[in-house]
Design a protein around this ligand. Structure first.
Ligand code: ZN
Ligand code: FE
Length: 254
């Protein structure tokens, strides 16, 4: 078993701690800022061993120099993006493999938001760290890649075990669900999720992580097959990638 801690950072970012009680190894996924992560480590008396980077944006890496200096943790990220990441101790190939204690960690490209974006999956623990690729009820904006790249990346994440907990980079769930409801207003799972999310946010609590099965049932970017979404977009028999691109374009204008 691994312990997972969700840490709010900056305005609406999340960092995640993954801790292996057996060996004491602890990784953090993304470092928007160092202070809240160091406070959580101190509170739990955990020693940080690893820093895993999903992508190069400042709101995911700006705290790394300070956190690394304070902890000596090894920094891991995509070799393909090394020129715009903090110095890497471990530069991952496209299909990467590492460990946290005895747990195998798989990494793979999820381009779209940025071209060098990667995800980290720990299959035995059913955890996936998706950064700004697959997000709670949404997906990241296409700053560098194409809709087809993002669609393909999300399809790969969608094939993980449905009980996988999706840990993504931002608290955008409420607004993502407002958009999703414009496309699929009859989706009962989406309606009930909307109510649960509103309750959580009213209490100031994170809506993440979220089970992949819940995403598959409610995230429009994973639901290009939905007849209701297709009808609302006037894309009855279009290829999934076309439906995906139209959903992304509409979300940009939402
Ligand atoms: Zn980003
Ligand atoms: Fe971000």
């Amino acid at each position: 078993m691994l312990d997972l801690v969700t840490i709010p950072c900056l305005k609406d970012n999340y960092a995640y701690l993954v801790h292996d009680p057996e060996t004491g190894e602890t990784a953090v996924v993304d470092v928007p800022e160092a202070a809240p992560i160091m406070a959580e480590l101190a509170r739990r008396d955990w020693r940080l061993s690893d820093i895993w980077i999903t992508h190069h944006h400042g709101d995911h890496i700006d705290g790394i120099p300070e956190l690394r200096a304070a902890t000596g943790a090894l920094v891991t990220g995509a070799a393909a993006d090394a020129q715009r990441l903090p110095p890497l101790d471990l530069a991952l190939p496209d299909e990467g493999a590492l460990t946290l204690g005895r747990h195998a960690v798989e990494t793979f490209p999820v381009p779209g938001h940025t071209v060098g974006h990667i995800a980290y999956s720990i299959p035995a623990a059913k955890l996936a760290f998706t950064g700004d690729s697959l997000m709670s009820a949404g997906c990241g904006r296409l700053f560098e890649g194409t809709a087809l790249q993002m669609h393909t990346a999300l399809q790969r994440l969608a094939r993980l075990h449905p009980d996988t907990l999706v840990c993504s980079g931002h608290e955008y769930t409420a607004s993502n669900i407002r958009f999703a409801l414009t496309l699929e207003p009859s989706n009962t799972r989406l309606i009930s999720r909307s109510e649960r999310v509103a309750t959580l946010r009213a209490k100031g609590e994170p809506t993440l992580p979220v089970a992949l099965s819940e995403e598959l049932a409610t995230n429009p970017f994973l639901r290009t097959h939905s007849a209701e979404i297709r009808a609302n977009l006037d894309l009855g028999t279009a290829p999934d990638a076309t439906v995906f691109a139209e959903i992304r374009a509409r979300k940009d204008r939402f």
